[in-house]
Every structure is written in C-alpha cells, then in structure tokens.
Design a binder for this molecule. Structure first.
Ligand code: HEM
Length: 339
C-alpha cells in the first residue's frame, strides 16, 4: 500500500518535472523580444512601472541610479533574465552577494513594488526581467535623459550564478582596454562602452571603490596622476585613508540629472571611478568618444539608447518562466517535491 503510494508520488513528480521542462523549453525557444509585447495581455504594464519609478524617486532620488544599474548587472551575467534578483537558497548561491554586488547594488525593493502592482493588474504575465528593462529606461527618462521604446518578452531564469557574476562583472580598478575587451565579448562596441559608462551621469559610488586610486594607484603608494588636484583633495577629505568605505560620493557633478556632465568631468580629470577616468586618460580609442559626448549631449543620448537596447538584447537561451515573486523561482526543486 505504502509503496504504491510512493510510486504514484514519484510518477506525479516526474510528470510535473517533464511537463515543466516541456513548457519552459518551448517558451525559451519562443523568446522573440519586441516592443508592445504586453499590449494585449497587460496593456497598463509600462505605465504601472513608470508610476512606481516616479513614486520611488520622490522618496529617494538615488533610486533612479540604483535601479538603472540593475540592468547592467543583470544582462551581463547570462543575459537579461532577472537572475540577479534571486535570493540565495540552500542549494544556490545567488548573485546578490557577488564581489561587485555585495554592499553595493540596492533598490531591489523597487522592482518588488513594481512586480506587486503588476501581479495585481495582470497576474503571472509580466516577467521580472522585463520589469528591470522598463524601470531602467524610466529611471533615465525621469532623470532628464532620453526616452526610447523597449523590447519586451523576456523570461525569468530558473537559477543564478555567483561564480559567473564574480568572473564577469568589472571592478572599479578596470581600465579602458580591459573594458573594451570585456564589452566586445557581449557584442558591444567601443562606442557602446563609452556611451553606457555615461550611465554614471547619475548616482553614487563608495569610498571603498576609490581608495586605491587616492592612496596607492597600481601599487605605487601614490595617487592616480590623472586627477585634478582640487578634485583629489575633495575626495581625500571624503575618503580619508582607513576611513569608512561605505561613505558615498557623487559619480559626476550633477548626480541627479542624466546629462553629459559626466563626460565634461572626465575631460577635466574629475572622474570619480578609475574605470571612468581611464576612458579619457589612458586610451585613444575611448577618448575620442568621451570628447565627442562631452561636446554634444544629443549625440551621447542617441549612442546611450543604442547601447541600452543592445545590452537589453542579451539572452542566454536557457529555459525560463514568469516568476510570481522576483526573489524566487516558482517551482520548488524536485527533491522538495519528493519530500
Ligand atoms: C563600464 C564598466 C563599469 C564599471 C567598471 C562600473 C563600476 C561601477 C562602480 C564601481 C560603481 C560604484 C559602486 C559602489 O561603489 O558601491 C558603479 C555605480 C553605478 N553604475 Fe556602473 N560600472 C560600469 C558600467 C555601468 C553601466 C553599463 C551601467 C548602466 C547602464 C552602470 C550604472 C551605474 C550606476 C547608475 C551607478 C550608481 C548606482 C547608485 O547610485 O546606486 N554602470 N558602477
């Protein structure tokens, strides 16, 4: 009697597993991104996300920058699939605690808020991966930057990889030539790299990310020479040696406005991050774009939009689902079903 029960339980579990694999595999093959993907199934989706972004920026304006950054950290690690948003489980170390993300990425709760509003309006329809893409665009628009049409229809991943995040995401110590190589692996050009770095037109960075360049650039025991002396003194006061690494400074001189001030700052050697300043100071291939964008905001905006759309196209081709809760996958793993 008992064994018959277990056999039928196993049977059900395998059936569920098979059915799920079949569904998600079919969905993975069908992931053709396009504008207006939710026009029929959730027509209010884009306005719901924009409202959430507008409200959260009223509470704390920096949420715009923090949410926009999520697109980069999601898309570079196995495609734009919201793997970034998964909390750790006993079987999986997620990406939130990876080297570049720990104590640094923030505003996950803004995406949770958008998801909750969307689940009320159209349950089970809008993926967390698409929410990140819409919210990142809205963050730019609401900060005074360009508007664009986003392609939608992504699925959420069934897993995440801390190891991949550690391996892929660049450190603030990176220089232009390393970044050119890294971005080229994602089919992103030198222009895309420089334009997308222009996202640092809004937001903050921690002292932790710059103390090496203030006091010991490349092991010299000296500051980075590519810094305006007055600006360096200001950063020295903000981030004294041995001080609190979590104190934050502005990534450019207008940290709440999405504009081309960031590029003007790089040209005058007032870039916050080493990775940013090297785009002007170390490499002729990137310098050309920095100079151009510093002179012409419209050219920057157009290149930024192009870069964001290309980055948003990154996909892993792995199976996925529309998560109900952005922090966890819908279906429990097999061993949980068998318990
Ligand atoms: C090119 C390589 C990049 C490097 C090395 C880099 C690195 C960093 C670092 C170190 C910080 C500060 C983190 C901290 O101190 O806690 C930061 C902040 C930020 N990054 Fe990047 N980043 C890069 C590209 C991008 C891209 C492509 C985007 C978006 C399209 C982006 C958006 C942001 C934003 C908006 C912030 C401020 C976030 C906030 O205020 O919470 N970054 N980045």
């Amino acid at each position: 009697m008992m064994s018959a029960f277990f056999i039928s339980l196993l049977h059900i579990s395998f059936f569920l597993l098979f059915q799920k694999t079949a569904i998600t595999a079919a969905a993975a093959a069908a992931t053709q991104l396009r504008p207006g993907f939710y026009a029929e199934t959730c027509p209010a989706a884009e306005s719901i996300v924009r409202d959430v972004m507008a409200k959260t920026m009223k509470r704390e304006i920096r949420n715009a920058a923090s949410v926009m950054r999520l697109q980069f950290h999601d898309c570079f690690v196995n495609g734009c699939d919201a793997s970034l948003l998964l909390d750790d489980t006993p079987d999986m170390l997620g990406e939130k605690l990876s080297l570049s993300n720990i104590n640094s990425l923030r505003s996950y709760e803004v995406i949770d808020g958008a998801k909750a509003a969307l689940e009320q309006a159209c349950p089970g329809v809008v993926s967390c991966a698409d929410i990140i893409i819409m919210a990142a665009r809205d963050a730019v628009v609401l900060s005074g930057g360009p508007n664009w049409e986003v392609k939608l229809g992504r699925l959420d991943s069934l897993t995440a990889s801390q190891e991949d995040a550690n391996r892929i995401m660049p450190s603030p110590r990176s220089n232009a030539s390393y970044l050119i190589d890294l971005f080229s692996q994602f089919n992103l050009s030198v222009q895309d790299l420089v334009a997308l770095s222009g996202s640092h037109s809004i937001g903050n960075g921690r002292c932790f990310s710059i103390v090496f360049r203030l006091y010991n650039q490349s092991g010299t025991g000296r500051p980075d020479p590519a810094m305006d002396p007055e600006y360096r003194e200001k950063l020295d006061r903000l981030c004294p040696l041995g001080g609190d690494g979590n104190v934050t400074g502005d990534l450019d001189a207008t940290p709440y406005v999405f504009d081309n001030q960031y590029f003007k700052d790089l040209v005058s050697l007032r870039g916050f991050l080493n990775s940013d300043q090297t785009l002007f100071s170390l490499d002729a291939r990137t310098r050309e774009y920095v100079q151009h964008f510093s002179r012409d905001q419209e050219v920057f905006f157009a290149a930024f939009v192009e870069g964001m759309i290309k980055m948003g196209d990154l996909q892993s081709g792995r199976p996925g689902e529309v998560r109900k809760n952005c922090r966890k996958v819908n279906s429990p793993p097999l061993h949980a079903l068998l318990k």
